[in-house]
Design a protein around this ligand. Structure first.
Ligand code: HPA
Ligand code: ZN
Length: 326
């Protein structure tokens, strides 16, 4: 087996996937039709042609527009189920899924609709596919901390359906410290805590995430390499980075996959993992990310095994499920 074949075949966990980012153009159109909505694009092809991004914000604008077709519990369920089928095909055996409730509650969709639709798909994935799945509620960082508190409050009646909280959306200008109080509350409540940092934002945001929010993982974190002392600390404390190579390429964080920092992150001893971020928008699911990264960077079989092992080490799986998987 080549390293790329091993990457495709090896069992792995996915830890950085926004479920709204798994909404394929075909499903966006199907849900729009089912819900009697019209879209500002004439066809699936025209929508897909609009997926030419220059930075994070240019992507987020179209990502939030796509999510506007989600109205009913079945819509959330169907979206997540389509992702689980793709995950299963890529030998993903465990996945921790971000969702953005504020994107939906701001449009009048009840919190219960969002969480119950996603949660029932997670249970079905475990039962029918043998894929374990958990949900992580993300706060939108371009909104206020008060809005995040209100979102937490609205979600607490469903707290058994999600294991943690995260922080996503427009990074620059919205440092992690903006959310110190709400993350402190979430930690008190016993939730796992993660945050996007160092995707477009500076290494100082990664430092704030770990020092101020006390996050257990960093989502992206590729800009950590600009601060050697920070890299040393992330390595020493085994704070994982959930890296998304095709996302970095499509959002112009790197110009070419051959310049992707994954190899440098591994060589620095970091617990880096491969993930798809928003696979419907960035050109591929888990194995597309894994195989293309292995080929572009000429990663070895040992690197592949390290990445797969890191994905389980970095996960929040229960001890019993971990024993099954490792
Ligand atoms: N970064 C920030 N917010 C996001 C992303 C991302 O990569 N994907 C979906 N929301
Ligand atoms: Zn992300």
């Amino acid at each position: 087996t080549t390293p790329a074949q091993l990457a495709a075949a090896i069992p792995k966990a996915e830890l950085h996937i926004h479920i709204e980012g798994s909404l394929e153009p075909e499903l966006i159109f199907a849900l729009a039709q089912r819900n009697g909505l019209s879209l500002p694009y004439p066809s699936v092809e025209a929508l897909r042609d609009a997926y030419a991004f220059t930075n994070l914000q240019s992507f987020l604008d179209i990502y939030y527009a796509g999510a506007s077709v989600l109205l009913h519990e079945a819509d959330f369920h169907d979206m997540a189920w389509a992702y689980f089928l793709r995950a299963k095909a890529d030998n993903v055996v465990h996945t921790e899924i971000f969702f953005d409730p504020q994107t939906h509650t701001a449009r009048g969709v009840p919190m219960a609709t969002v969480i119950q639709g996603l949660s029932s798909a997670c249970e079905r994935a475990r039962a029918e596919l043998g894929v374990s799945a958990a949900l992580i509620l993300c706060f939108l960082r371009h909104l206020s901390e008060d809005d995040a508190f209100a979102t937490l409050e609205a979600a607490l009646p469903y707290r058994q359906h999600f294991i943690g909280v995260g922080l996503d959306s427009s990074e620059v200008g919205h440092p992690p410290s903006k959310f110190s109080r709400v993350f402190a509350r979430c930690r008190e409540l016993g939730f796992h805590v993660v945050a996007h940092a160092g995707e477009e934002g500076p290494p100082a945001y990664i430092r704030e995430a770990i020092d101020d929010l006390k996050t257990e993982r960093i989502d992206h974190g590729v800009r950590s390499l600009e601060d050697p002392a920070l890299v040393a600390e992330l390595a020493r404390r085994r704070i994982p980075l959930t890296v998304c190579p095709l996302s970095n390429l499509k959002l112009c964080v790197v110009d070419d996959l051959r310049q992707h920092p994954m190899k440098r992150l591994l060589d620095a001893g970091l617990c880096a993992t491969v993930n798809s971020d928003d696979p419907a928008y960035f050109g591929g699911y888990m194995n597309a990310n894994f195989v293309q990264t292995v080929e572009a960077l000429d990663l070895s079989r040992d690197d592949v095994i390290t990445l797969a092992r890191n994905s389980f080490e970095a996960s929040f799986v229960s001890a019993t499920r971990r024993a099954e998987l490792m």
